[in-house]
Write a protein that binds this ligand. Structure first.
Ligand SMILES: C[S@@+](CC[C@H](N)C(=O)[O-])C[C@H]1O[C@@H](n2cnc3c(N)ncnc32)[C@H](O)[C@@H]1O
Length: 209
């Protein structure tokens, strides 16, 4: 079996997507850009699945469309030229995964980038529309202007998610620059495995010691 390296936030996000997304799933790429994440999602959901992909730039949708056509995956994907803050207008059923790759389009217009307010709105909608066992994966870049402000918003949102319902993680690669992108992973608790209030109280007490 061919093993892929896990170097950087995006390969780590792909590692988790390969673990969790199955044939027939409904998934969302909230920032399709060059289409790398969209192509992986389309591959994972198979012919029976569906990918909704958003970007505010036509250039990004064109690049993603081309990428999908080259791989013969275009029939599995709906491309929307709209902000991810509008995602609940397009999505009415819960999805297995939401992928956010924040910042600007590589080798594109760097003034057009994700922004704290719209990112927060999209994350809150994704939280409402996430299936049990589903994942929200956010690759966060703090190295560009405005990146730290956006990270502050993502961190506040994920840190107060109820531990009865969600697991929220931050993963950074320790042997890379502190400015390297890192991954936030939010998992909705699998159905039947939601923690009871007593267990949660015990856990939070023991972690305080
Ligand atoms: C880092 S790139 C995404 C890279 C992409 N996932 C890939 O695999 O190539 C970030 C993208 O977010 C897009 N973007 C900025 N604001 C947005 C918004 N409100 N909604 C959706 N996309 C947005 C940008 O146009 C840019 O293409």
């Amino acid at each position: 079996m061919h093993m892929r390296g896990v170097c950087g936030a995006v390969p780590l996000a792909h590692f988790f997507l390969r673990e969790r997304v199955r044939s027939g799933d409904l998934v969302v790429d909230a920032t399709c850009g060059n289409g790398n994440d969209t192509a992986l999602l389309a591959e994972l959901v198979g012919d029976a699945g569906r990918v909704l992909a958003f970007d505010v730039q036509q250039e990004a949708l064109d690049r993603t469309g081309e990428r999908l056509r080259e791989a013969g995956l275009e029939k599995r994907v709906e491309l929307h030229r709209d902000g991810h803050e509008q995602l609940s207008r397009y999505l009415i059923e819960p999805a297995r995964a939401f992928v956010f790759n924040l910042g600007y389009l590589p080798s594109g217009e760097s003034r057009v980038k994700t922004a704290p307010e719209s990112t927060l709105s999209a994350l809150e909608q994704a939280q409402q529309l996430l299936q049990p066992s589903g994942l929200i994966l956010v690759s966060v870049y703090t190295g560009h202007e405005g990146g730290m402000e956006e990270w502050a918003v993502v961190k506040r949102w994920s840190a107060v998610l109820s531990p009865l319902e969600f697991n929220a993680w931050q993963s950074c690669q320790l042997n890379r620059s502190e400015k390297a992108p890192f991954l936030v992973l939010v998992e909705k608790m699998p159905s039947g495995q939601r923690k009871g209030p007593l267990e949660t109280v015990t856990l939070s007490r023991s972690t305080r010691q």
